[in-house]
Design a protein around this ligand. Sequence first.
Ligand SMILES: [Zn+2]
Length: 147
Amino acid sequence: MQAIYCLHALLVGRSLGNERADQLAKDATQHGQPYSLIKLPKPHIKGLLRKSMLEEWQTSWKNGDIGRKVYNIMPSVSLRPTNWIREDVIFFSQHGPFPASLRRFHLSDSDYCSCGGIGTALHYATECIYTVSWHMRSQRQTSNKNG
Ligand SMILES: [Zn+2]
C-alpha cells in the first residue's frame, strides 16, 4: 500500500513540484497513510506516466553506447512507428545477413566479405566489387548519369 502512496505522491508531485512530491513520498513512507485526498483523472495519470517514461527513455537513448548510427538519424524517441521498410531497418541497424553482423553475434568466425573488405551493410551498398550494380549513388552521380 505504501508503494501506491509513493506512486501517487510521485504523480501528484509532477503536478505540484518536486519538493512537495518528496515531502508527500516521505510522509507516505513514514506514516503509511494517505497524505492527500486529491484524486487525479486516469487520463492525467496515464499522461504523466507516459511523459515520465519518454523522458527516461530519451535520456537512456541519448547517453547510451549502442545504436549510435540510428541515433544520428533519429535522435528523438517516439512511440509512433517509423515508416522505414525492412531494408531500411536492416541497413541502418546493421543487423542483417552481413559477415560483420554475423560475427558480432558469434554466428561467424570472420567479418570479411569475399572481396577482402569488411562485410558491413555500407560496404555492400557502396564499395564491394560484387554488388556494383546495387551500389547507392549520390544525387550528383545520378543526375550526371541521366544527363
Ligand atoms: Zn565486398
